[in-house]
Design a protein around this ligand. Structure first.
Ligand SMILES: Cc1cc2nc3c(=O)[nH]c(=O)nc-3n(C[C@H](O)[C@H](O)[C@H](O)COP(=O)(O)OP(=O)(O)OC[C@H]3O[C@@H](n4cnc5c(N)ncnc54)[C@H](O)[C@@H]3O)c2cc1C
Length: 321
């Protein structure tokens, strides 16, 4: 049995280097804990496999930010009438709009509103730029560019230079958290975000790649050496022994039914800065579960360093309480 401390990593270099396909693969592989299979050429076949299996939530783990310029506003009005549920859209001026969302949100638009000029123009660009993410949805004659509508992808630098109110709505941030299952259970209640989590159905912790043991997160409630800590430790040891015994005759998804809240898990969280602000406001607060605060406070410190204009005032407010 392994006891570890919670930790996190901000995985922002994929976005800053425009490595969207690699970002999606990295996130998807957390589910299966198959990161060792990542190579220079593995992203495209991985994504094709994900699409063919219908596991499209993996395609939520990246952000595309576009500027749409129109000669007439009518096609934009039609676009807004669709109330695109998972896209963000803002007017920059009379003829220019900012539209962002993850690849899945644009795949859904392609399926449900393929007759709209703005959707056609967006899909024409996205299919050209990221064929593995969109080519399976291409109409027989391909997406046709639309007269009077120009779409371009913003560079990461352009996104980061957006004015504050647009930055927090359109800029997304990916974090990799290693925490216990109780924390992830609470975290996934935040609905305006995308998640991928290590699967206890697929991961067989008895295997050599997991060291043949189960990992648990040290509980922040009990001092090491205390009677409570000893009791907690005994419960984890006994649970691990039963889990490993069950694995001899049953599948991981059956054996996992005995695993407790303290079990270590990994989760990828991809959300806009606006949603991170909301999550941190609730989860770094003293009212939150101490195990949640334990990870969210250092995350807030980190993000306040990266985006002081967005997070510094929340950090100060939390510190003064
Ligand atoms: C201290 C604390 C104690 C808690 N205790 C419990 C508990 O005992 N039991 C329990 O079940 N949960 C509990 N929760 C979870 C809580 O109820 C929320 O589910 C969770 O915090 C997600 O936050 P949210 O709903 O504000 O925002 P998100 O899901 O992150 O959504 C962000 C915003 O989007 C909007 N939004 C999203 N979805 C909808 C929708 N369907 N309709 C309308 N607006 C929407 C809202 O404006 C919302 O503020 C607790 C949370 C905290 C912080």
């Amino acid at each position: 049995m392994k006891i570890i401390d919670p930790s996190f990593q901000v995985l922002d270099s994929y976005f800053r280097n425009g490595r969207i396909l690699e970002q999606i693969e990295r996130c998807g592989r957390v589910c299966y804990k198959s990161e060792e299979k990542i190579t220079q050429d593995s992203a495209v076949p991985f994504i094709k496999g994900i699409i063919s299996r219908g596991h499209e939530s993996v395609l939520e783990m990246a952000q595309l930010v576009m500027e749409v310029s129109v000669e007439s506003e009518t096609p934009m009005f039609r676009f807004f009438e669709t109330i695109p549920r998972f896209c963000q859209a803002d007017r920059l001026d009379r003829k220019r709009f900012l539209i962002s969302g993850n690849p899945r949100s644009f795949r859904d638009l392609a399926r449900t509103h393929s007759g709209l000029k703005v959707v056609k123009a967006i899909l024409c660009l996205l299919t050209r730029e990221y064929p593995p993410l969109f080519q399976d949805l291409e109409p027989k004659r391909g997406w046709i560019s639309q007269d009077g509508i120009e779409v371009r992808l913003l560079t990461p630098e352009e996104v980061d230079s957006l004015p504050l109110e647009l930055l927090i709505k359109h800029r997304a941030l990916l974090l990799h958290l290693t925490v216990n299952r109780a924390v992830t259970h609470e975290l996934v209640r935040h609905r305006v975000a995308s998640y991928l989590q290590e699967s206890q159905r697929y991961c067989r912790y008895g295997e050599a790649k997991f060291g043949g043991e189960v990992a648990f997160v040290r509980p922040c409630f009990y001092q090491e050496g205390s009677r409570e800590f000893q009791l907690w430790r005994r419960a984890m040891e006994e649970t691990e022994a039963i889990y490993l015994e069950l694995l001899k005759s049953s599948s991981p998804q059956a054996a996992r039914t005995v695993l407790p809240n303290s079990c270590k898990t990994e989760i990828m969280v991809h959300a806009t800065l606006a949603e991170w602000l909301h999550i941190l406001r609730l989860r770094a607060s003293k009212a939150a579960d101490p195990s949640m605060q334990e990870i969210m406070r250092p995350i807030l410190d980190d993000l306040a360093g990266r985006f002081p204009q967005v997070f510094a005032s929340l950090k100060e407010a939390m510190e003064s309480r």
